[in-house]
Structure formats: C-alpha cells, structure tokens
Design a binder for this molecule. Structure first.
Ligand code: CMP
Length: 135
C-alpha cells in the first residue's frame, strides 16, 4: 500500500555534503519525493518533533545537534515507504548499523546518525502535519 513518511536529513549530513547521496538512495529505491525544504529549526520545534524523547538523558545534546544548522526535511511516498526508509537508514546507532545502509556506510555515531525516518503510520501522520502542514 502506498504511504508517506517524513525524513530528516540532519545537520551532520548537510554540513558533510551528503544530502544528494542520501536523497539519491531513496530515489533509486523507487520512492517519490513529495516535498522537501532546507530548514534551521529552533528548540521548541525540536521538542515537538522529538516529544517522546524530551525527558530522556540523551535529549539535551540531541536538541543542540538538530538545531545546530540547516537540515533537509522531506516527505517520501511509495509502497510501504515507512518501513522501506527505516531499512535503508539502518540501525539508530550508526556504529552498529549494517553495511549497505545510510548509517552503516556513512556514519559512526549514535547521535549524529545523518537521518531520521518516521517509525510508524501514526508518527508519519503527526510528523508530516508538523513539518508540512499544507500537505
Ligand atoms: P532518530 O531516528 O532521529 O530518533 C531519535 C534520535 O535520538 C536518534 O535518531 C539519534 O539521533 C538520537 N539518539 C537515540 N538514542 C540515542 C542515544 N542513546 N544517545 C545519543 N543519541 C541518541
């Protein structure tokens, strides 16, 4: 079933010049780009996006990281897009992510892991409404 998911190509990917490489992996897989915008977010927006993590010990440095510079927010569409993007991204901890995945090939950090993908249909709906309210 075709569905939409929200992807963040995070500030580490933008500063390292990896946006094209990462977007191209999604496109080559067959996912369609529905919306994309380069944006620098403030702490309040980070807190809404990461609402489920705000109380966790790793959150303050995560908030500093995601607000540190521009990121590319995008909506991708395709058959099982949520699961497909998460498989392409690889495990959250890039040090443990499998080779062949975005994180496994291109990152070496649990925090600065290049990408975010919605983790469920509910998260995708919430995150797309937050980042792209006009969609
Ligand atoms: P993301 O998929 O965007 O979802 C939450 C983010 O928090 C995650 O990617 C990482 O960037 C970060 N994160 C999750 N767990 C940890 C952790 N244990 N230590 C540091 N950062 C983490």
């Amino acid at each position: 079933m075709s569905e939409r998911t929200l992807v963040l190509i995070k500030p580490d990917a933008v500063s390292r010049g990896l946006v094209g490489e990462i977007l191209s992996r999604y496109e080559r897989k067959g996912l369609a780009l529905v919306a994309a915008e380069l944006r620098t977010i403030d702490a309040a927006t980070a807190d809404v996006h990461y609402a489920e993590h705000v109380e966790k010990a790793f959150y303050p440095p995560l908030r500093d990281f995601v607000t540190s510079g521009p990121l590319l927010a995008a909506v991708l569409e395709g058959d099982q897009a949520i699961e497909v993007v998460r498989a392409l991204n690889g495990a959250t901890d890039a040090r443990k992510a499998a080779a062949g995945t975005v994180r496994g090939d291109l990152a070496l950090s649990n925090r600065e892991n290049l990408v975010h993908g919605s983790d469920s249909a509910e998260s995708a709906a919430r995150e797309i409404a937050l980042w792209f309210p006009k969609l």
